[in-house]
Design a protein around this ligand. Structure first.
Ligand SMILES: [Zn+2]
Length: 68
């Protein structure tokens, strides 16, 4: 059956592509993201409860107090 051969071929392709995708992404991150990984941006923290908050939050989602 030719259909099963195609099926096996697709599975083999996927099995080979997944590690290639990981390696490619890793190399891409090494190539492009060196500056980003060297200095990761520290997330802002709520001055009231000390939890990580998003930059665009006006009010802390955890304690409900306004952020500066
Ligand atoms: Zn808070």
């Amino acid at each position: 059956m030719s259909i099963s051969y195609i099926f096996i071929g697709v599975i083999l392709l996927v099995v080979l592509l997944i590690p290639l995708a990981f390696i490619g992404r890793f190399l891409y991150m090494l190539w492009v993201g060196v500056e980003v990984t060297d200095m990761p941006e520290k997330p802002p923290q709520c001055p009231h409860c000390g939890r990580d908050v998003e930059k665009d939050w006006r009010v802390c989602a955890y304690c409900g107090k306004p952020l500066k």
